[in-house]
Design a protein. Structure first.
Length: 240
């Protein structure tokens, strides 16, 4: 399974004196994302919330106290990674499902071990990809997912993750994931369009595919069990 880091930049939070030490990490990150140095000060925390991921070369306590009270919710907050002093470990504190785990693994090419704690990374199960029109309700999506699962002889207890396109952030899909008590992953248009996958009517909104692409992207093996099914204003696909 792959995580996802949004198109927002990565902030490398550190003291100015540590810039040269961390420059090789920035070079690695820039090959895949866009990273920039942000130098620590007590009033820096509000501006950091605009980044997709924060990599902090600071004590974890400083980071926790700085962000505490400013976070809005797991679906909108940046991923947070803390590097230990000898640069041996990258500990994902927050946002593992939303890019933190992915970025930590990218840092492994610099000899830094990713410390992953999210259970989804070590679990097996189905990946449910979902697309839906603006006017659908959470109940419509829940019903569609349950119907799709019935088609493969499974239930919600067999689902590891629900995935949809990044444009659906802040929509009713958040309520769906909360009610099912399952992790939710948002996949960017860039990631979908880079996949070797058939085109559907979703090209009208700038992506080659939605339900199938999101299911496969977030799956363990990339095997599509249930191609796209349409249930009213909702499309569902299932992979494992």
């Amino acid at each position: 399974m792959r995580g996802h880091i949004s198109t927002r930049k990565i902030a490398i939070l550190c003291f100015k004196k540590d810039r040269d030490k961390l420059k090789p990490l920035k070079d690695i990150l820039d090959e895949r994302y866009s990273a920039e140095f942000i130098y620590y000060s007590q009033d820096i925390w509000d501006s950091l919330l605009n980044y997709g991921c924060i990599i902090a070369y600071l004590a974890a306590g400083i980071v926790v106290r700085g962000l505490c009270g400013k976070l809005k919710g797991k679906w909108v907050d940046p991923a947070v990674i803390v590097l230990d002093k000898p640069l041996k470990h990258a500990v994902v504190l927050m946002g593992g499902h939303h890019g933190g785990n992915e970025v930590a693994r990218v840092l492994e090419s610099a000899g830094i071990e990713a410390v992953i704690t999210t259970a989804m990374e070590f679990s097996h199960g189905l990946s449910v990809g979902v697309g839906f029109r603006r006017d659908v309700e959470a109940e419509d999506i829940i019903r569609a997912i349950n119907l799709a699962l019935e088609e493969v002889g499974a239930g919600i207890e067999d689902v590891r993750v629900i995935a949809t396109v990044e444009a659906k952030k802040g929509s009713v899909i958040v309520d769906v994931a909360d009610r099912f008590k399952r992790p939710l992953i948002f996949v960017s248009a860039e990631e979908i369009n880079a996949m070797d996958i058939r085109e559907t009517e979703a090209v009208k909104i700038g992506v080659r595919n939605v339900a199938e692409a999101c299911a496969i992207f977030s799956s363990n093996t990339g095997e599509l069990l249930l191609p796209k099914r349409v249930y009213g204003g909702v499309t569902v696909a299932i992979a494992r």
